[in-house]
Design a protein around this ligand. Structure first.
Ligand SMILES: NC(=O)C1=CN([C@@H]2O[C@H](COP(=O)(O)OP(=O)(O)OC[C@H]3O[C@@H](n4cnc5c(N)ncnc54)[C@H](O)[C@@H]3O)[C@@H](O)[C@H]2O)[C@@H](O)CC1
Ligand SMILES: Nc1ncnc2c1ncn2[C@@H]1O[C@H](COP(=O)(O)OP(=O)(O)O)[C@@H](O)[C@H]1O
Ligand SMILES: [K+]
Length: 536
């Protein structure tokens, strides 16, 4: 599913209206109707009424109607429709007409004097008035929000600029504190449609009926939290226009994995396959104090389905690792007496990598004298895809690796927001301010596949595509969960997936496994990284 910016949405509107000749008012009609249908669906979910015996399904002659715009309990519903000045308000006015038609009592609340509405929104204002819908102007007329059963927020959409001002801000605050279910038209008013930042105040919706295409701000926190349940409804803007626009940000779904990324999500293995068929991962990482990181990543690579995994580790660590995971192959690469790595180990890592399909480095690696040189020789000397995580990222952050010899095979970086901040030379708060754009910019500038971890991980490619993953759970905020992801992505690469496929599918499956593992626990916060591997 496509994810667009407000500017891209404006262009798409223009191309549909001017290029295809579909009138703006038709799009608004579709939008308003979709919103009304979702409000009615919400009312039905809240109020489960048994159909009367004589009203139930029966054999024989049958005629069906607009079930989505019909509500048996309409008489019990009273909805407020908060109307802004722009097209978002226009959508709300259309929805109000349909709700009223369904028998729901509706009151329009204009945030600004209705005379100030223009264009299609003004036409809708007049239609609503002609239908006799009751209306008040906020600040001028009396309004008792407590008397209503729900609120439609059609104040601000993708045309909003900055924090809600004046009566908009007052209405948003009043709606939030009313405790009533709020349905937002397109985006919650007060949300930055691109970055996902929430202004003060911002609507906290139960449902957001997103129009045409997902907006970036709905997938990025904190906006994703303010939107409630998101429903995307088409309004007649063809998706071919998005493809033409070259927009390449997707919400990562099984369909996107299959149809956009060509991933075989059935993961069928050939009946003739053997361990050699499924690739061999080399993992360089682990020290005496952080041996678990190497173990977790190696085990995860095996669980991701690759044929063989070799864990390259410092000599001092070897005796403790033997037997810890019998399926693993171990290769000691020298190192210091205290069990840490040193720069001379690069020679051994390179030798090992020559016989492997993927090299992953970083989990539990630690820092050591000459580590930049160490990483540079692995970057320049390995002739296979490279996955870098943890301290390997911290090493990269301290150097301009764009001057390193370019590689034939891809590099995947898997930073969490703290590591990303170091890589990009900004604060963690800035990283989280607009994760999608930052990931897109960084991946392109540094020619890497970037996996920016955290709630709603972003996978960005050097070619300018991005995929936003929504599987996973807060229970995964536990030490080692990232090492598991590194192993999984490496294991998928070894099986022949390309960098984008492996990163996206790895992140998707990692999140699913995390969800499954947390459901298996009585208390999700008890989840440990190893549980994610076992849930694969
Ligand atoms: N044909 C179209 O253009 C379509 C538009 N659609 C709807 O239109 C919306 C976008 O419409 P618009 O571009 O008219 O913009 P909005 O309806 O989001 O509102 C813009 C208006 O709000 C006011 N405003 C902006 N920022 C404000 C702030 N911070 N505080 C107070 N007032 C502020 C300004 O007067 C501005 O004119 C979409 O979100 C969607 O709901 C959809 O109906 C699809 C079709
Ligand atoms: N709230 C969350 N929702 C979804 N996934 C999460 C959440 N918090 C953490 N994760 C995932 O858990 C993993 C944590 O990785 P990381 O921070 O690198 O941990 P570590 O370094 O301990 O291995 C990442 O894949 C991240 O996306
Ligand atoms: K809105």
């Amino acid at each position: 599913m496509y994810v667009v910016t407000a500017e891209q949405m404006r262009q798409l509107d223009r191309e549909t209206i001017e290029g295809l000749g579909i009138p703006a008012i038709a799009l608004m009609e579709n939008a308003g109707r979709a919103i009304a249908e979702e409000i009615i669906a919400l009312c039905k979910r809240q109020e489960k009424v048994e159909p009367a015996a004589w009203n139930g399904s029966r054999e024989g002659f049958h005629v069906s109607g607009d079930a989505a715009l019909t509500l048996g309990t309409a008489a019990a519903e009273r909805w407020l429709v908060l109307v802004g000045k722009g097209n978002n308000g226009g959508d709300g006015l259309v929805a109000a007409r349909h709700l009223s038609e369904a028998g729901i009592a509706v009151t329009l609340v204009y945030a600004v004097p209705p005379e100030s509405l223009t264009g299609e929104a003004a036409l809708q204002r007049d239609a609503a008035a002609a239908m006799g819908l009751s209306a008040v102007v906020y600040g001028r007329d009396r309004l008792d929000i407590a008397a209503y059963s729900g609120i439609l927020d059609a104040l601000l959409g993708t045309g909003a600029a900055g924090a809600p001002r004046g009566t908009y801000a007052e209405l948003i605050a009043a709606a939030n504190s009313s405790g009533k279910p709020i349905v937002s038209a397109d985006i919650p008013s007060g949300l930055d449609a691109d970055t996902g930042q929430t202004h003060e105040p911002c609507i906290h919706a139960s449902v957001t009926v997103c129009l045409a295409f997902l907006k970036r701000g709905l997938l990025q926190y904190p906006g994703a939290g303010a939107a409630g349940h998101i429903v995307v409804r088409s309004i007649g803007i063809p998706s071919a226009l998005v493809r033409k626009q070259g927009s390449a940000v997707y919400w990562l779904t099984p369909a996107v994995l299959r149809d956009v990324l060509n991933v075989d999500t059935s993961r069928q293995r050939s009946p003739e396959g053997h361990k050699g068929t499924y690739g061999h991962v080399l993992l360089a990482g682990g020290t005496l104090r952080m041996s678990g990181a190497g173990l977790l990543a190696s085990r995860a690579a095996l669980r991701a389905g690759c044929g063989l995994v070799t864990w390259a580790l410092p000599r001092r660590l070897l005796p403790y690792a033997i037997g810890s995971v019998p399926e693993l192959m171990l290769a000691e690469v020298g190192g210091e007496e205290d069990g840490s790595w040193n720069k001379d180990t690069a020679v051994e890592v390179l030798k090992l990598s020559a016989e492997r399909d993927v090299t992953a480095a970083g989990p539990g690696l630690g820092r050591f004298a000459g580590d930049t040189e160490w990483l540079r020789s692995i970057w320049e000397g390995t002739d296979c895809p490279l996955v870098l995580d943890a301290d390997a990222l911290n090493i990269l952050a301290e150097t301009d690796y764009r001057i390193w010899t370019s590689r034939r095979h891809p590099v995947i970086l898997t930073p969490h927001p703290g590591e990303m901040a170091r890589l990009a030379g900004i604060s963690t708060v800035e990283v989280q301010r607009n994760r999608i754009q930052l990931a897109l910019d960084y991946a392109r500038e540094y020619s890497v596949t970037l996996v920016l971890k955290g709630a709603h991980t972003v996978i960005a490619t050097p070619e300018g595509q991005a995929f936003i993953n929504t599987t996973g759970s807060p229970a995964m905020g536990t030490g080692g969960a990232g090492d598991v992801l590194t192993g999984m992505i490496s294991g998928l690469l070894a099986q022949g997936l390309n960098a984008t496929q492996a990163a996206a599918f790895g992140v998707y499956l990692h999140g699913l496994a995390g969800e499954r593992a947390s459901h298996q626990r009585q208390d999700p916060s008890a989840l440990m990284a190893g549980d994610i591997i076992e849930a694969l």
